[in-house]
Design a protein around this ligand. Structure first.
Ligand SMILES: [Fe+2]
Length: 215
């Protein structure tokens, strides 16, 4: 039997710094909320979808306002990433522009783009709980090219504040469902890690042109 999609969860609810939650909630309130154009190469949205509305706290803001979170990304969380991925060395991103960011959904009209990852190991620290909606959904069909294909056969991960998960999202398309309540907010810290067999140098230059205007 092929292993299929799988992930590793660490429950950090009793180990994160005091007031971690409040700092993230306050920072996320000032996120960059707008229509984000679909990502080149990695998008698995239907052909007619040209943008997806959501919020992002960019990496420079995370480093400035939540320095403890940036340190965890490069230290304690890195140690856990190495436990989750014991087969080879794991490194954080050297380029701080995409190492760790916050993705934010507010109300029922936002979701996160259906896509595959370019980095071989992603860490997500869920920062909020939800009665319904906001689930992270991974399609089992590696060729799935839109949200409908992902939903037909999938693994569904319920966000739980303080849970840190690691997965290889390069092959299984995934997205975050919209929330079910207008008053709800979903926040997740997203971390890129690299491995010896898939180092940071493999990151497609198109992504940096798209996101940062690199030449
Ligand atoms: Fe992803």
């Amino acid at each position: 039997m092929r292993p299929g999609f799988h992930w590793t969860t660490f429950n950090l609810t009793s180990r994160l710094p005091a007031n971690w939650h409040r700092g993230i909630i306050e920072t996320a309130a000032g996120a960059d909320f707008r229509e984000f154009p679909r990502t080149p190469i990695l998008s698995r949205e239907a052909a007619g979808v040209s943008y997806i509305r959501r919020g992002r706290v960019h990496a420079d803001q995370v480093q400035e306002v939540l320095p403890w979170l940036y340190r965890l990304y490069r230290n304690d969380f890195l140690e856990l990433a190495r436990r989750a991925w014991a087969a080879e060395p794991v490194m954080p991103a050297q380029d701080d522009r995409y190492g760790i960011v916050l993705n934010v959904q507010r109300g029922t009209a936002m979701r996160f783009e259906c896509h595959v990852d370019s980095n071989p190991l992603t860490g997500l620290l869920f920062c909020t709980d939800h009665l319904a909606g906001g689930e992270l959904v991974f399609g089992h069909d590696q060729g799935g090219a839109d949200v409908g294909a992902v939903e037909r056969d999938c693994s569904v991960i319920q966000p739980i504040a303080g849970h840190l998960i690691f997965f290889d999202g390069r092959h299984h398309p995934h997205y975050a469902r919209p929330l079910m309540s207008e008053s709800d907010t979903r926040i997740v810290a997203v971390m890129n890690y690299y491995t010896r067999s898939c180092p940071e140098s493999t990151r497609p230059p198109e992504l940096n042109r798209h996101r940062f205007g690199d030449p």
